[in-house]
Design a protein around this ligand. Structure first.
Ligand SMILES: [Zn+2]
Length: 44
């Protein structure tokens, strides 16, 4: 499953929070899918 780095609505950078990716500009968010949750948690 592909990971988004850019918001599909406003094209700003998505922030990774737990297992979700959030856009603070337009409040868009998406679940990250199956990729490497362990790596994300250690880098918060
Ligand atoms: Zn956005």
């Amino acid at each position: 499953m592909a990971m988004l780095n850019r918001c599909p609505k406003c094209n700003s950078e998505l922030k990774l929070v737990a297992d979700m990716q959030i856009c603070y500009r337009c409040d868009y968010w998406t679940r990250k899918g199956t990729a490497r949750l362990d790596f994300v948690l250690f880098n918060m």
